[in-house]
Design a protein around this ligand. Structure first.
Ligand SMILES: Nc1ncnc2c1ncn2[C@@H]1O[C@H](COP(=O)(O)OP(=O)(O)OP(=O)(O)O)[C@@H](O)[C@H]1O
Ligand SMILES: Cc1ncsc1CCO
Ligand SMILES: [Mg+2]
Length: 278
C-alpha cells in the first residue's frame, strides 16, 4: 500500500532533483503547442529539445533523461521518426511519455499508436477519451473500439477511463495519467486523484501537451508513477494560483508559467490528492 506520506516524500525528492540537475527531456511533439511545451519544461527546471527527423529522434532518445512523444500533428516523416525513436527508447531502457492525441483519426496515427504497444511507454498521458480509445486500440480492458474521440478535446469523464487506465498501466508496467477537472494517475495498483487546476486550462491549447513534457522532465529523475503524480500536482497547483491572478485565458497562460516556476517542492507535495488501491 502506498501511503500519502510516502508519495509526498518522493514528490519532494523528484522536484528538488530536477531543480538541482536540470535534466534534458527531448520531445517530438505537435506544431500547435511546441513552444508552450518547451517553456513549461524550462519553468519547472528541466531542459528542452524538439526534433522532427528520424536520426535526431534516435539521438535524443539515447542522450536525454527521458523523451516525450505527442502525435498531435503528424507529417509523413513521423512514419519513420516515431517508431525508430520509440524502439530506441525501449531497447535502451529509457523512460518515455506518450500523449496519444486524437487517437482514432487517420491511418498513420492509428498505425503508429498501434506499434507503440510493443515499446511500452513509461507514462501514457491523455484526456479520458484518448485513454479509453488507446486501450481499445490495444485490445485491453476498459477500452472501446468505437472511440468517442472527435478531435483533441475529451468527451468522456475521467472516472469513465479508470479501468482503461489501470489496464494500460498493467500492460506497460509504467503509469497512466488521465487529465480533466480532477486528474487520475495509476500504476495499475494504486490510483491517485489529484485536485486543483482551473477552468481556464480548457481555454488555452496545450495544457495537456505541456503537462506531458513536464512529466517527461520528472521521469528523467524518478519512477513513471511519481513523475506523473508530480507533474499533475504542479499543474493543478499552478493552475489554481494562476486563475486567482487573471480574468482571461491570455493572462492565465502567462501567470501559469510564472506559477510553474515559483512552485516549491513542499508546495507541490502539499497540493491536495487522494490515494486508493485497485
Ligand atoms: N475543468 C478543469 N478544471 C481544473 N483543471 C483542469 C480542467 N480541465 C483541465 N484541467 C487541467 O488541465 C491540464 C490538462 O488537461 P486537459 O484535460 O485539458 O488536457 P488535454 O485535453 O490533453 O489538453 P491539450 O490537448 O489542449 O494539451 C491538467 O493538469 C488538468 O488537471
Ligand atoms: C489543437 C491541436 N490540434 C492538434 S494537436 C493540438 C494541441 C492540443 O492537443
Ligand atoms: Mg491533449
Amino acid at each position: 500500500m502506498r501511503t500519502k506520506a510516502d508519495i509526498q516524500k518522493q514528490i519532494i525528492q523528484a522536484v528538488d532533483e530536477v531543480k538541482k540537475t536540470n535534466p534534458m527531456a527531448g520531445s517530438i511533439t505537435n506544431s500547435v503547442t511546441i513552444n508552450f511545451v518547451a517553456n513549461a519544461q524550462l519553468a519547472v527546471g528541466g531542459s528542452a529539445a524538439m526534433v522532427y527527423l528520424p536520426d535526431e529522434g534516435e539521438f535524443l532518445a539515447k542522450a536525454g533523461g527521458a523523451t516525450y512523444i505527442n502525435v498531435g500533428t503528424l507529417t509523413p516523416i513521423y512514419g519513420q521518426t516515431l517508431p525508430l525513436t520509440a524502439k530506441t527508447l525501449y531497447e535502451n531502457g529509457k523512460p518515455w511519455v506518450l500523449d496519444p492525441v486524437a487517437v482514432g483519426i487517420g491511418s498513420l496515427r492509428t498505425e503508429l499508436l498501434r506499434q507503440f504497444k510493443a515499446y511500452k511507454p513509461s507514462v501514457i498521458r491523455g484526456n479520458a477519451s484518448e485513454i479509453i480509445a488507446l486501450a481499445g486500440l490495444w485490445g485491453l480492458d476498459g477500452g472501446t473500439k468505437a472511440s468517442n474521440v472527435r478531435g483533441v478535446d475529451s468527451t468522456d469523464s475521467v472516472i469513465a477511463a479508470k479501468n482503461a487506465a489501470v489496464a494500460l498501466a498493467r500492460w506497460t508496467g509504467g503509469a497512466v495519467a488521465v487529465s480533466g477537472k480532477t486528474d487520475l494517475i495509476t500504476d495499475g495498483f494504486a490510483v491517485v486523484f489529484s485536485h486543483g487546476g482551473s477552468h481556464f486550462m480548457e481555454k488555452i491549447t496545450g495544457a495537456g501537451c505541456s503537462l506531458g513534457g513536464v512529466v517527461g522532465v520528472y521521469a528523467a529523475v524518478t519512477s513513471p508513477f511519481i513523475a506523473a503524480v508530480t507533474g499533475t500536482a504542479v499543474y493543478n497547483l499552478a493552475g489554481k494560483r494562476a486563475e486567482s491572478k487573471t480574468d482571461g485565458p491570455a493572462g492565465f497562460q502567462l501567470e501559469f508559467l510564472n506559477e510553474l516556476y515559483k512552485a516549491t517542492a513542499a508546495d507541490i507535495a502539499g497540493n491536495p490528492f487522494d490515494v486508493e488501491e485497485v
